[in-house]
Each structure stands twice: as structure tokens, then as C-alpha cells.
Design a binder for this molecule. Structure first.
Ligand code: FAD
Ligand code: NAD
Length: 472
């Protein structure tokens, strides 16, 4: 006989959507239970954002060390750096463990009950959770927040297994693949492909579209393409993966090139990173009376599903599949349940791609703004003219900050940047858009010297026609 519990708020999924929802609900005095089977922190903390950024950081450090071993630059020389892949993975595991334990403590402090297990819904408000010890608990809630997230998409003709891996397995490797072939030149393919290249793997990327990183514009991705070329990453765009072939004890990726010819590349590992899909099966979603929007759960501007008292957030509800969007929706839903007047209506959700160099996109590109009928002015400031960028290794390599504003009232519509460490500018960019800043607002703000943020101020001055550190 299953034990039973009741609560005001039940959160299913402990990722960056679910756990902030539960913490906020607890802070607001709501009796809250959170259920997760695969560890608090979800994809983001356990096998996504944090593990990948740890790999990216370690790989960049190693690359710099190798560079200084080969070349006496900056007056710095180092002898014989070595890479211990198992050590990198263990270091990453330590960070994950620290963060996920921290989430558990935060939930406890907010008086949220955490149950480790898999929830299956019988109806919209009741689920049975199967715990690791085989016991079950039935939970009935007044309000339900669905935050079941997403999982890796497999290609049907080359499922994961053997040398064909997804991002989860790539972030668990304890040996460096000498030859890595990446299928998919999107976020994961390029972030991890570049990290492995920096760690010394030979890397090839096979992308179906005619360009990598299709969500960023051509001007922005050019410095990333330059890095890939300089570092001998073989880029096969307009090419579709066809399958993995084992022959003579070796693995090959077979793909159809842009001319329709079949080609193959040898690989120790083939990393398939062709997108993620929402987790909508295996937990009784069909018993809950919610509507769907394609593969995602349909929600309104308050993250309400078609079923009264059932909310959905994060990757489960569609693009953008980003942790910070999930978190904002989670906090907001908890506040709505507590009776606050809130709606999910951001001006823009900032996106960052942690490639080499990094990319940031907030709001509209000039072309997107024009397509919406706006007449715009733009300002582009090259990081080669930034003192701070020049003090960092590779800091200026083709990078820039580009500001797009409405011509009539100078309201900023979009800010985009490419360059080393520009991810740290995303907060100021997002704030400017959310506050409805004009070019004059940013120009009137004193930006600290020497920092990359001066690049934003100079981008704005360029749009106004009077930059200081480049010729107008
Ligand atoms: P998830 O994080 O997927 O969490 C859902 C949780 O629910 C999981 O733990 C799952 O086990 C649990 N669950 C599902 N169903 C049930 C059930 N029935 N019972 C119990 N538990 C259940 N985003 C960024 O913003 N920045 C990045 O740098 C970034 N890097 C990434 C790198 C990689 C390699 C990957 C794979 C993703 C990355 N993302 C990044 C995307 C980010 O991880 C997701 O957008 C985010 O985790 C979504 O949060 P979520 O709470 O919606 O779902
Ligand atoms: P993605 O959508 O970014 O890229 C997938 C790529 O695979 C696309 O360019 C697509 O054209 C290509 N593709 C699809 N089928 C193919 C085939 N058969 N052969 C060759 N190429 C093919 O997906 P992803 O890289 O798997 O990442 C999933 C999501 O995770 C992202 O959309 C993003 O929301 C999130 N993520 C975010 C970050 C970040 O914020 N820095 C990092 C990693 C992941």
C-alpha cells in the first residue's frame, strides 16, 4: 500500500526551472514538494551548462599552456603541459556535486520537501512517485508545476551506443578522443567540439545547414569560423549525417556532402548534437488534460496549461531551451500561485554561445528589426580598439559589439557581441533592453576602464556618430 501525501504545490523536475519554482514557493509560505529522479539541478547542473562550461574552461587553460610551451609570448614560458582527461572530468564532477548539494540545502532552508523518484500522473493533480528503494508515494496537490525538461535527440539511423555518443556521455569521458566527429554545428556541437579541439583532439563538424550556429547572423559568427579554420577544425556544412560504419576495427561517420556524394570520416567518437526534445512521455502527461503546441506543452503568458491549477515551465514548453528562461518562469509561477500579479513577458531572453570566441545575442539584429518594419541605426565597435581586450590573449580576434537602435527615438532594439569573455556583458545588454534604454541612456552611463563594457558604450557612441576610440 503506497503512503500518501498532500501539498499545496507539487513540482515535478528539479532542474533550473523546477528547483527555483520550489524554493520561491517555499519562501512564499506554500507547502511544497519537489520530485526528481535523476538528481537535483536537472540537465543544467548535472550534464549540461555547468559540466560543459567546466570542460570549456579547463580546455582553454590547457590550450594557453600549450601555446606558451611552443612560443615565448608575454614573457611567459612553460615546459611540457600535460592533459589528464580523467582529472578534468573528476574536477567537473566535484563542481557538479558542490552545486547539486547546495540546491538540496537551499530547498531544505525554504522548507521544501524533496523526494527522489519518478512521478507518474494518474490525473491532473495526483501522481505516484516510485522511489529508488522500490517504495511508492501518492501525492495529491492543489497546484502542479511541470518542469520535466528535455533530452538529447537521437538520430534513428545512428542511435547512441558504442562510439556514437551524446553530450551526456561526452561530458563523462575519461580519455580524450584522438579523432572526434561532431554531427550538428549548433550550440552543443560547437561548444564541445571547440573544447575538445583545445584539448588536442582532431575535430570535424558535419552540419546539415549551409552555416554553423544558425541562430546567429553571418557577421557575428565570422570570428568563430576564423577560429575553426585557424585551428584546423574541418567544417562540413550543407552535409547530412547518414550513419556510423564499423569497418576493420575502426569507426567512420558516413555523410552526404553538399553535392550529394557519400563521404566518410574516421572517428574514435561521434558526438551527435542535433537538438533536444521535451520529456513528455513516460510520466502520464496524457492523463492530465493539457493541450500541446507541437511537441511542447502549451502555456499562456502566465505559464498556465489548459488544465486549471497545472503550470508548465522550462524546456518542456518550448524555445528558447535555456536555463535562465526556465528559472524566470519557475519563480514567476510560484508567485502567481501565491496570488501575485505576474506575467511572463520579457523584452528578450539573452542567448550566449560559449564558443571561441563567445557570442551574445539580445533582442533584434538589424535585419530582424527591418523585417519588423523598423528604421534602424547601428553602431559597431571593434574589440581591436579596446584596451582591455588587447591585454587578454586573443582578446581582440575579430570581436566586436554591435548596437541596433530605432532611428526615430533611439530606443535600443538589439545588442550583439562576439569576442573573448563577452558572455559577461550579457547582463548589461539584457538590462538595457528590459529597461527600454535609449542610446543616450547608455552613453550617459560611466563605464569602468579598462573593461570590455566600454565596448558597449563605444558601440552606442558609434551609433550616435561620435565614438572616441575609433574614427567616426
Ligand atoms: P531540465 O534541466 O532538463 O530538468 C528536468 C528534470 O526533471 C530532470 O532532472 C529530469 O530527470 C526530471 N524529470 C523529468 N520527468 C520526471 C518525472 N516524471 N519524475 C521525476 N523527475 C522527472 N542552457 C543555458 O542557458 N546555458 C548554457 O550554457 C547551457 N548549456 C548546455 C549544455 C549542454 C551540454 C546541454 C545539454 C544543455 C545546455 N543548456 C544550457 C540548456 C539547459 O540545460 C536547459 O535549458 C535547462 O536545463 C532546462 O531546464 P528545465 O528545468 O526545463 O529542465
Ligand atoms: P542546436 O539546435 O543548437 O543545433 C543542432 C544542429 O544540428 C543544427 O544546426 C542542425 O541544423 C543540425 N542537424 C540536425 N540534424 C542533422 C543531421 N542529420 N546532420 C547534420 N546536422 C544536423 O541543438 P544542440 O546543439 O543539440 O543544443 C540543444 C539546445 O540546448 C540548444 O538549442 C540550446 O537551447 C541549448 N544549449 C544552450 C547552450 C547555451 O546557452 N550556451 C549550450 C548548449 C545547449
Amino acid at each position: 500500500m503506497a503512503q500518501s501525501k498532500t501539498c499545496q504545490v507539487l513540482v515535478v523536475g528539479g532542474g533550473p526551472g523546477g528547483y527555483p519554482a520550489a524554493i520561491r514557493a517555499g519562501q512564499l509560505g506554500l507547502d511544497t514538494i519537489i520530485v526528481d529522479k535523476h538528481g537535483l539541478g536537472g540537465t543544467c547542473l548535472n550534464r549540461g551548462c555547468i559540466p560543459s562550461k567546466a570542460f570549456i574552461h579547463a580546455s582553454s587553460k590547457y590550450e594557453e599552456m600549450v601555446h606558451h610551451a611552443q612560443k615565448d609570448e608575454m614573457g611567459l614560458k612553460i615546459a611540457d603541459p600535460t592533459l589528464d582527461m580523467a582529472g578534468v572530468t573528476a574536477w567537473k564532477d566535484g563542481i557538479v556535486s558542490k552545486l547539486t548539494k547546495g540546491v538540496g540545502q537551499l530547498l531544505k532552508a525554504a522548507k521544501v520537501e524533496t523526494i527522489a523518484g519518478w512521478a507518474t500522473f494518474q490525473n491532473a493533480k495526483t501522481c505516484v512517485v516510485e522511489m529508488e528503494n522500490g517504495e511508492t508515494v501518492e501525492i495529491t496537490a492543489e497546484h502542479v508545476i511541470l518542469a520535466t525538461g528535455s533530452k538529447e535527440t537521437e538520430l534513428p539511423f545512428m542511435p547512441f551506443g558504442g562510439n556514437v555518443i551524446g553530450s551526456t556521455e561526452a561530458l563523462e569521458l575519461t580519455e580524450r578522443p584522438e579523432k572526434l566527429v561532431v554531427v550538428g554545428g549548433g550550440y552543443i556541437g560547437l561548444e564541445l567540439g571547440i573544447a575538445f579541439r583545445k584539448m588536442g583532439s582532431e575535430v570535424a563538424v558535419v552540419e546539415a545547414l549551409d552555416s554553423i550556429l544558425p541562430s546567429y547572423d553571418k557577421e557575428l559568427i565570422r570570428p568563430v569560423q576564423m577560429w575553426l579554420k585557424k585551428n584546423k577544425v574541418a567544417l562540413h556544412t550543407g552535409c547530412k549525417a547518414k550513419g556510423a560504419v564499423e569497418e576493420g576495427g575502426q569507426t567512420f561517420l558516413e555523410f552526404e556532402d553538399a553535392k550529394g556524394q557519400t563521404q566518410r570520416i574516421e572517428a574514435d567518437k561521434i558526438l551527435v548534437a542535433v537538438g533536444r526534445k521535451p520529456v513528455t512521455e513516460g510520466w502520464g502527461l496524457e492523463n492530465m488534460g493539457v493541450d500541446m503546441d507541437g511537441p511542447f506543452v502549451k502555456i499562456d503568458h502566465q505559464c498556465r496549461t489548459a488544465m486549471r491549477g497545472v503550470y508548465a515551465i522550462g524546456d518542456l514548453v518550448g524555445e528558447p531551451l535555456l536555463a535562465h528562461k526556465a528559472t524566470k518562469q519557475g519563480e514567476l509561477v510560484a508567485e502567481i500561485i501565491a496570488g501575485h500579479k505576474r506575467a511572463y513577458d520579457p523584452v528578450s531572453v539573452a542567448a550566449v554561445c560559449f564558443t571561441e570566441p563567445e557570442l551574445v545575442g539580445v533582442g533584434l539584429t538589424p535585419d530582424e528589426a527591418k523585417a519588423k518594419g523598423e528604421t534602424v541605426i547601428t553602431g559597431k565597435f571593434p574589440l581591436a580598439a579596446s584596451g582591455r581586450a588587447l591585454t587578454m590573449e586573443g582578446g581582440a580576434d575579430g570581436g566586436f559589439v554591435r548596437v541596433t537602435a530605432r532611428e526615430s527615438d533611439h530606443v535600443i532594439l538589439g545588442i550583439h557581441a562576439v569576442g573573448k569573455h563577452v558572455s559577461e556583458l550579457s547582463g548589461e545588454f539584457a538590462l538595457a533592453l528590459e529597461m527600454g534604454a535609449t542610446l543616450e541612456d547608455v552613453a550617459g552611463t560611466i563605464h569602468v576602464h579598462p573593461t570590455l563594457t566600454e565596448g558597449f558604450a563605444e558601440g552606442v557612441l558609434t551609433a550616435l556618430g561620435h565614438p572616441i576610440h575609433i574614427s567616426a
